[in-house]
Design a protein around this ligand. Structure first.
Ligand SMILES: Nc1ncnc2c1ncn2[C@@H]1O[C@H](COP(=O)(O)OP(=O)(O)OP(=O)(O)O)[C@@H](O)[C@H]1O
Length: 358
């Protein structure tokens, strides 16, 4: 499947991250106060817009890149910059492709990136910046310090969001056990899960961009992401019976990911993703989960078995009331698994109530 421009940019950012040969070469060009125009990839389209220059086809090294950049014209490397294929090339992209850039080097870079689909890097001699063009996107590379400063701020935000998510999730579990959940409680957890997802994604992007300088950040992100529990899909599945139409979980999840930050504050808007009328009265309606989320929290219960359990018992309350024999009556559940489910559910019930009342 073709990558979205954002995904392609992420891949390229990893390729030029600190610690890579390519970044080393680009930094050398910058320090040497020359410029460069580098295409990362070669195919028929690239061939067709290349004029002059020469084929070299040598293994990539930062020193070679720096030396070749002293010449006029562009450099063509293969996709992962393991070989330098051409140097001193004049690139002649389609001049009708619109570009916002000024200066021929950067206008060419943007057009070539759009026309070929390959990333293009420009090192500006006059502005002393390295810019990456991927399809229609432009990203200016920064030194690690400002990126780390922003990443650390995001990490602190994630820490706060995570604490709040844990809090609302354990409240929801307790309310589920007591059959006292309202739409507001569900929307609140969906909101917090989404906020954690968004900020985690932002930090993951910084990790990519920072390369070797982002190792500690990667560890911190991993630590703050462990034990997150079942995701928003399980929650949507649990409460998807609210509307008149059966809910398409994938669609609802995509809609949640696309909510603007203003919509994210509005719990009624989030509740409407579950098929519920977007008004404040709806938020106070008492609702009952199917049990998918709590079952997903029990390690040795496969998804298909969980689905069968939900289909048989038709809701968490009846599932909680089921004894070993009742559970064993479900297709694919032997005594061992019935015990696991029973004990798992009892443990969740105990710990939820303890969390709530202690
Ligand atoms: N179409 C092109 N193909 C290959 N190389 C190019 C092309 N356009 C510009 N260059 C390279 O960029 C160099 C600088 O060109 P120019 O001064 O017009 O660009 P600029 O955008 O002002 O660059 P800078 O920001 O580096 O000063 C040229 O000498 C050439 O090596």
């Amino acid at each position: 499947m073709a990558k979205s421009p954002e995904e392609a940019l992420r891949t390229t950012l990893a390729r030029v991250a600190p610690g890579t040969h390519l970044r080393d070469g680009l930094e050398r060009i910058l320090r040497g106060r020359t410029g460069a125009l580098i295409v990362l990839g070669q195919d028929r389209t690239v061939e067709n817009i290349c004029s002059g220059g020469f084929d070299i086809n040598i293994a990539f090294s930062p020193q070679r890149l720096r030396e070749l950049a002293k010449m006029d014209g562009a450099i063509v490397c293969d996709r992962d910059a393991s070989n330098i294929l051409k140097a001193g090339v004049q690139l002649v992209p389609d001049h009708t492709i619109p570009t916002e850039e000024t200066g021929t080097r950067h206008r060419t870079a943007e057009r070539v990136a759009i026309q070929t689909g390959f990333p293009v890097i420009s090192v500006s001699q006059s502005m002393q910046i390295i810019a990456i063009y991927v399809q229609g996107l432009r990203h200016v590379l920064e030194g690690s310090e400002p990126v780390l400063a922003r990443a650390n701020q995001a990490l602190q935000t994630l820490e706060r969001y995570r604490a709040r998510l844990d809090q609302v999730t354990s409240t929801l579990s307790a309310l589920e056990i007591e059959a006292m959940v309202t739409v507001r409680d569900v929307a609140l957890v969906l909101q917090r899960q989404e906020m954690v997802r968004r900020i985690s994604e932002e930090i993951a992007q910084y990790v990519l961009e920072l390369g070797v300088d982002g190792r500690l950040l990667a560890l911190q992100l991993e630590e703050l992401s462990t034990g997150l529990g079942p995701g928003s899909d399980m929650l949507l599945k649990d409460y998807s019976e609210l509307g008149t139409e059966p809910l398409d979980i994938e669609v609802a999840l995509a809609q949640l990911h696309e909510l603007s930050s203003t919509d994210m504050i509005d719990l009624s808007r989030i509740a409407s993703l579950l098929g519920y009328a977007p008004d404040t009265n709806s938020l106070e309606t008492v609702v009952h989960p199917q049990g998918y989320r709590l079952l997903a929290g029990i390690k040795s219960v496969p998804r298909a078995v969980a689905d069968r359990l939900v289909a048989t018992f038709g809701g968490l309350q009846r599932l909680m009331a089921a004894n070993i024999e009742d559970l064993m009556a479900v297709d694919g559940i032997g005594e061992q698994r019935a015990r696991t489910v029973r004990e798992g559910l009892s443990r969740i019930a105990e710990s939820s109530l303890l969390d709530r009342f202690m």
